[in-house]
Design a protein around this ligand. Structure first.
Ligand SMILES: CC(=O)N[C@H]1[C@@H](OP(=O)(O)OP(=O)(O)OC[C@H]2O[C@@H](n3ccc(=O)[nH]c3=O)[C@H](O)[C@@H]2O)O[C@H](CO)[C@@H](O)[C@@H]1O[C@H](C)C(=O)N[C@@H](C)C(=O)N[C@H](CCC(=O)O)C(=O)O
Ligand SMILES: Nc1ncnc2c1ncn2[C@@H]1O[C@H](COP(=O)(O)OP(=O)(O)OP(=O)(O)O)[C@@H](O)[C@H]1O
Length: 504
């Protein structure tokens, strides 16, 4: 049985759940699970609907694994109950399973998010960057803070590669619970639209929520931009379990951000607005963006704030201003905010420069939306003395609508393009390139089409001349490429070093 530091006896179970429809509460619960593959003896098992309904075999497997209590949705009543009775496992029915899961999981771990400062960021781009920066500021201000997002789940002495941007509801509560037990008092986390749509943050309490921007992405999952926006909006309209609302920080320069602000104001909420305009609560006063980073003065409601960051590009200025908003919401003094921003030297796979003695800049970046690609190439152009050579592709089994858009942006903003594969997944790599190519061709920019990503990177670096920049976009920190259903080891940074002749 899984060890749990907090005793979860019958009294506790009775306090969080209605009586079982059949059987009696067990004496104690060892852990929580909602997946038969990881269910353990002594667990409380949540039986959930999947996209194909309820799979009774999962329940059977969970019972075989020794789960002690089953909690499920009232709508799931069927002859499987006989199965549970046969195996003598008590069953509890609830009307809102996700809400119950959130409450039970939070309570199981001692309601960590209610005791910690939890800052959540959402938006199409900038979540990872903002979450790293926010953590840095929180740490500088003396709050030991963890990180949950696309790159890593970092809870003190335990840093694991992220499996998802926002983990499943039970993992999320567990990570917070373990973080609290390890002495962390803050968490900086990314919340994806998938997570919001699927209620993965149910039961969590947030101190501050931050909206970066919304541009086209994930329309393989959300039917349209309106649904995508509504999913994101949930983070701002939801209440914490105690009925309070988190403080909202919103990018007022983004058109969807503007809409969010007006809807929040109608709900009598007062978001902290960031943006270029002096009407924003947080705006640049005198800022320069150069090859060596961003420095200058930001206007804030608490006075002028000096910033000096090694990160570059206008979009990172927007990320920094959002993080300043979150930090002010947490009442962190300006000098510590400034220190935290300077201390964050970069984020893995985000504008990561591969240095060599070849006098060409190789930049690896996670940009995989047309907006991110446009911002990235816009940031590289003024820093580059020579030509901009862009290597990029688009993921398979994902939003196909962004393919021509990325092709057009790459062509229009580069001097040369290597059209290649991203993560083709189960799609034919050549068919993906077919869907990108016409828009790229339409820009008139020279390009080569090389589906093999390693060959494409080698080719781009081989044609680069001193002063040129090679931008390798799309995979950033990822150390794999998904071909079919298999993940193969692949790291743009390693391949670039190999092509540059740098010892690995
Ligand atoms: C499309 C999608 O988001 N699917 C999520 C969804 O899956 P689903 O509805 O199909 O559920 P299911 O797999 O049928 O399972 C239903 C229930 O049966 C359980 N189960 C399932 C299999 C089994 O053998 N035994 C078993 O008990 C499952 O644990 C679950 O409780 O619910 C599952 C349980 O929470 C998630 O793991 C799963 O995320 C998948 C794996 C995923 O990674 N989705 C991606 C698209 C995603 O969420 N991405 C965003 C980031 C996007 C970005 O910004 O790039 C993220 O936050 O990572
Ligand atoms: N505020 C921003 N606006 C537009 N583009 C941005 C912004 N911040 C970062 N980017 C670009 O988007 C890429 C991804 O950035 P980041 O990882 O911070 O975003 P993300 O929201 O976490 O992305 P994902 O959801 O795909 O993990 C960066 O590599 C950069 O090219």
């Amino acid at each position: 049985m899984k060890e749990h530091p907090v005793r979860k006896d019958r009294q506790w179970i009775k306090s969080v759940l209605p009586d079982p429809a059949w059987g009696m509460f067990p004496d104690n619960i060892g852990g929580l699970s909602d997946d038969s593959r990881s269910a353990c003896e002594g667990d409380l098992f949540f039986l959930r609907h999947g996209k194909n309904g309820v799979n009774w075999a999962f329940l059977e497997d969970a019972i075989k694994a020794g789960v002690r209590l089953v909690v499920t949705d009232s709508s799931i009543r069927s002859n499987w109950l006989t199965e549970a009775i046969f195996h003598s496992v008590p069953v509890v029915f609830v009307d809102d399973l996700l809400n119950t899961m959130g409450r039970v999981a939070s309570s199981f771990w001692g309601n960590p998010s209610e005791k910690m400062k939890v800052v959540a960021v959402t938006g199409t781009n900038g979540k990872t960057t903002s979450s790293f920066l926010t953590r840095s500021v929180m740490v500088q201000s003396g709050i030991p803070t963890g990180l949950i997002g696309t790159v890593v789940f970092d809870i003190g002495d335990e840093v694991v590669e992220a499996t998802q941007t926002t983990p499943g509801i039970l993992d999320l509560h567990r990570l917070l619970g373990e973080a609290w037990l390890k002495g962390l008092r803050g968490m900086s986390m990314e919340v994806s639209s998938h997570a919001l749509d699927q209620g993965r943050v149910s039961g969590l309490s947030f101190s501050v929520v931050h909206f970066t921007n919304l541009t086209r992405d994930h329309l393989d999952y959300h039917p349209d931009m309106e649904s995508y926006y509504q999913a994101k909006k949930r983070l701002f309209s939801r209440q914490n379990p105690d009925g309070s609302h988190p403080i909202c920080v919103v990018n007022g320069d983004d058109s969807w951000g503007k809409r969010l602000i007006s809807e929040l104001v109608l709900e009598k909420r007062t978001p902290i607005i960031i943006g270029e305009s002096q009407d924003a609560d947080i705006s640049p006063k005198n800022v320069s963006i150069g090859i060596d980073g961003i420095r200058g003065v930001i206007r804030t409601p608490k006075g002028d704030l000096h910033i000096e960051s090694p990160m570059t590009g206008h979009y990172n200025l927007m990320n920094i201003m959002g993080v300043i908003g979150c930090s002010i919401a947490l009442e962190i003094p300006l000098d510590l905010i400034s220190r935290g921003i300077s201390a964050q030297h970069g984020v893995p796979g985000r504008f990561e420069v591969i240095r060599s003695d070849r006098n060409i800049s190789v930049i690896v970046d996670y940009a995989h939306t047309d907006d991110a690609l446009e911002n990235l190439l816009g940031a590289v152009r003024p820093l580059c003395k020579g030509k901009v050579i862009t290597v990029f592709g688009c993921g398979g089994d994902r939003d196909r609508g962004k393919r021509p858009r990325m092709g057009e942006k790459a062509g229009r903003l580069s001097d040369m393009v290597m059209l290649t594969s991203d993560n083709p997944r189960t799609e034919d790599p050549e068919r993906i390139l077919d869907e990108i190519e016409p828009a790229l061709k339409g820009t008139g920019t020279p390009y080569e089409r090389i589906a093999d990503r390693k060959r494409a990177i080698f080719r781009a670096i081989s044609i680069a001349r001193p002063g040129d920049s090679v931008v390798i976009a799309g995979k950033g920190h990822e150390n794999y490429q998904i071909l079919g259903k298999i993940k193969h080891h692949f790291d743009d940074r390693e391949v670039a070093r190999e092509a540059l002749g740098i010892d690995l």
